[in-house]
Each structure stands twice: as structure tokens, then as C-alpha cells.
Design a binder for this molecule. Structure first.
Ligand SMILES: [Zn+2]
Length: 270
């Protein structure tokens, strides 16, 4: 087996850029819920307020070299920082592998990278603060529109009907649950995120959009039951649903067709 050097170089560049963007996502995750600017002031240690020197701001490496502590005051730096950087880089590589793969759409990759990174930020913010900030979700509307139109112009293919089915399915299910539960089972942030994920997944295929929804609810049920079993939660404690929608979206994208085929095969065999 030989490895294409161009492919290897591309992967190294994308992975490196993914780490750097992940570093910025850490700023987004920390500041956006507090309504702070993500540009100014420069990053500082939350413990001693010392600005972080460039040499201490290298993704993953600095955290490892500093052994997770501030150089000035020694207060602990959360392992979430390197984790977000690695996660974003790994996600970018996985999305690129999908895009250039047999079932992928290379022209969709720029949009997927943006949505993927926004998703990483939203995942951690929703987990901690139980909300999906408008400052991140609303700009995804024009971004998604531009990304899908660009993909259509490049490929000459316009899967508008599946995209609309994706939007309708996501908005109906998530909006419906939000309405029925009076905002307890599902937040309005989830409803606002639904058209973005529904349209992009639907563009890939109806199976991606539908499997993603099912996967989100299955994951939510599994994690909810596991937490109840571990007595970390009861039926009344609210679990943010955004993380499940985002992970479900990835499952739909990567495995939607495989899961639908397997399901239809089972039904056919029964
Ligand atoms: Zn410090």
C-alpha cells in the first residue's frame, strides 16, 4: 500500500489549521456566553489575568509543555482546551475524508468545516450553559445558504427537494416537541438550529437527515437513562438537547445511507 504524498500534505495542513481554529473555538466557548468580544482583549489566564504569551498559545503543545498549568500563577488550565483543539482537527479530517470519499460531495466541504466548528462550540456551550447563543446560530443561516448555493453551482446538482424535506422534518419534529413540551423538553435554540442542520443533511440525502434525527433521540434516550441509572439525574432534570442534535447530525452524515440500507435489509428479510 502506498500513501499519496499530496493527500498526506493536505491532511497535515487541514489538521494543523483545524487545531488553530480549535484554539479560537476555546475563546468562543468561554466568551460568547458572557457576551464578550471574541477579538479583544487578547487571551489571559482566568486566574491571574496575565496575558498569554504566543509561545504558551500553541494548540495542544503548550498545554502539554505547561502540564496544564498557568506559567505565571500555576492555576490549572482545563483539559477542555486541548480537547477542543484535537476534537476540531479530528472532525475536520473526518469531514474531509467523507467529502472526498465515494458517497461524498467535495464542494460541500467548506460549509461542513464551518458548521462542524460552530457545532463544536455549540456542543460545549450548550453542555455548560444550556443554551445555543444566537450570536453563533443565526450567522449559520446565510453561511449555509451561501455554502449550499456554491456547492450547487460547482457540481451543477441542485437537490432542493431533499433539502426541503430535511428542513421540514427537522423543524416539524424539533419545533413540534418544543411547542408540545412548552420549551422544557426542547429549547428554542434547538428549533433555531434545526433548519441549518436539516437543510445541509437533506442536501446530502433524505436518509442522512432522517437518520440524524433518529440518532439524536436515540442518543438522548440512552444518555438520559444512563444518567438516571447512575442517579446523576432524575426525570425532571433538564438535559440540553443541542449536543445530541449535533452528534446525531454527524451520524446521519457519515452513516445515514448505511443505516437506512441495513434497516431496509432487515425489513426485507423479516
Ligand atoms: Zn495565571
Amino acid at each position: 500500500m502506498s500513501v499519496d504524498p499530496v493527500l498526506l500534505l493536505g491532511a497535515a495542513l487541514l489538521g494543523g489549521l483545524g487545531l488553530a481554529v480549535g484554539s479560537f473555538l476555546n475563546v468562543v466557548i468561554y466568551r460568547v456566553p458572557q457576551g464578550m468580544s471574541v477579538v479583544r482583549p487578547p487571551s489571559a489566564c482566568p486566574g491571574c489575568r496575565t496575558p498569554i504569551a504566543p509561545r504558551d498559545n500553541i494548540p495542544v503543545l503548550s498545554w502539554l509543555l505547561l502540564r496544564g498549568r498557568c506559567r505565571t500563577c500555576g492555576s490549572a488550565i482545563s483539559a477542555r482546551y486541548p480537547a477542543v483543539e484535537v476534537l476540531n482537527a479530528a472532525l475536520w479530517l473526518a469531514l474531509a475524508a467523507w467529502a472526498v470519499g465515494p458517497a461524498g460531495i467535495p464542494a460541500l466541504l467548506p460549509l461542513l468545516l464551518v458548521l462542524g466548528s460552530a457545532g463544536v462550540a455549540l456542543f460545549f456551550i450548550d453542555l455548560e450553559h444550556h443554551r445555543l447563543p444566537d450570536a453563533i446560530v443565526l450567522p449559520l443561516y446565510p453561511v449555509t445558504l451561501v455554502g449550499l448555493v456554491a456547492a450547487g453551482l460547482i457540481t451543477g446538482e441542485w437537490p432542493l427537494v431533499p433539502a426541503l424535506i430535511g428542513v421540514s422534518a427537522w423543524v416539524t419534529v424539533i419545533g413540534g416537541l418544543w411547542f408540545v413540551s412548552g420549551g422544557r423538553g426542547m429549547g428554542f435554540g434547538d428549533v433555531k438550529l434545526a433548519p441549518v442542520l436539516g437543510a445541509t443533511l437533506g442536501w446530502v440525502g433524505v436518509s442522512a437527515a432522517v437518520v440524524a434525527l433518529f440518532a439524536a433521540f436515540a442518543l438522548g434516550a440512552i444518555v438520559g437513562l444512563a444518567l438516571m441509572a447512575a442517579r446523576r439525574a432524575n426525570r425532571r432534570s433538564a438535559l440540553p438537547f443541542g449536543p445530541f442534535l449535533l452528534v446525531g447530525a454527524l451520524i446521519g452524515l457519515f452513516a445515514g445511507d448505511v443505516i437506512v440500507d441495513a434497516y431496509l435489509g432487515l425489513m426485507g428479510a423479516a
